[in-house]
Design a protein around this ligand. Structure first.
Ligand code: SF4
Ligand code: F3S
Ligand code: FES
Length: 238
């Protein structure tokens, strides 16, 4: 493995660390190999992970040039004598080794009001008990794809528009905005479309399409961005 190493407390600049692992199995995941490097060869190697099941989104990294979740990539992808190159995701400041500072990413996320907005009273049944706000299957389907986002940042940190200008809200935040803009029960569409129409918003997307293949959840990110652009032009979700 070639792993990009950097400890700002002692290194002047990043460098590549090379590590050889024996007795690997084709079904080992890159996350397990990184653990072996850390546990068997160099305990100072720093990485972030939690679930190891492709759910939490915390182990996004650049593996052989592509943004991936290390817990979802098997060694067998790389042939008989694999060399696996692992780097931190791009466009966010490196804190140490493979760990980057997510705060600018969360700032963009928070800016799109990623929560349900509806100040009206919920419906009540014949006995006066509060009930759910109902939707048709078609209404639910409009934003089904974007509910799958796990906020791993693979999309935003593979986007050249974001690399060029970190003010750009980025595809992950737009996916989150989409999830609420197209929810028929939500009343915050106008506010969110204003955020999206900002100079740092959705128009900074130049349809470069790196984001969609980078998404480990298979979300059609570029399509979602296109739908938000259309909603701005139409002045609403309908
Ligand atoms: Fe990750 Fe996909 Fe969500 Fe982007 S849209 S943050 S790649 S899950
Ligand atoms: Fe970037 Fe994806 Fe748009 S890569 S430019 S957000 S289509
Ligand atoms: Fe949670 Fe990989 S460790 S997604």
């Amino acid at each position: 493995m070639r792993i990009r190493r950097f400890n700002p407390e002692k290194d002047k600049k990043p460098y590549w660390g090379n590590y050889t692992l024996k007795d690997c199995s084709p079904t080992d995941r890159v996350l397990e190999l990184l653990h072996r490097v850390k546990w068997e060869q160099d305990g100072t190697l720093t990485l972030r992970r939690s679930c190891a099941q492709g759910i939490c989104g915390s182990d996004a990294m650049r593996i052989n040039g592509r943004n991936r979740l290390a817990c979802k990539v098997l060694l067998q992808e790389f042939g008989d004598k694999p060399v696996i190159q692992v780097e931190p995701i791009l466009g966010l400041k490196v804190i140490k080794d493979l760990v980057v500072d997510f705060e600018p990413f969360w700032e963009h996320y928070r800016s799109v009001l990623p929560y349900f907005i509806n100040d009206s009273k919920p419906p009540v049944d014949s006995e006066g008990r509060e009930r759910e706000r109902l939707q048709t299957i078609a209404e639910r389907e409009r934003y089904d794809d974007t509910t799958k986002c796990i906020l791993c940042a693979c999309c935003t940190t593979s986007c050249p528009s974001f690399w060029a200008n970190s003010e750009y809200v980025g595809p992950a935040a737009i996916v989150q905005a989409h999830r609420f803009i197209f929810d028929s029960r939500d009343q915050g569409t106008k506010q969110r479309l204003e955020v999206m129409a900002d100079p740092a918003g959705v128009w900074r997307c130049r349809t470069i399409y790196n984001c969609t293949p980078a998404c480990p959840r298979g979300i059609e990110v570029t399509r979602a961005i296109g739908e938000v652009k259309l909603a701005i032009q139409r002045g609403g979700r309908d």
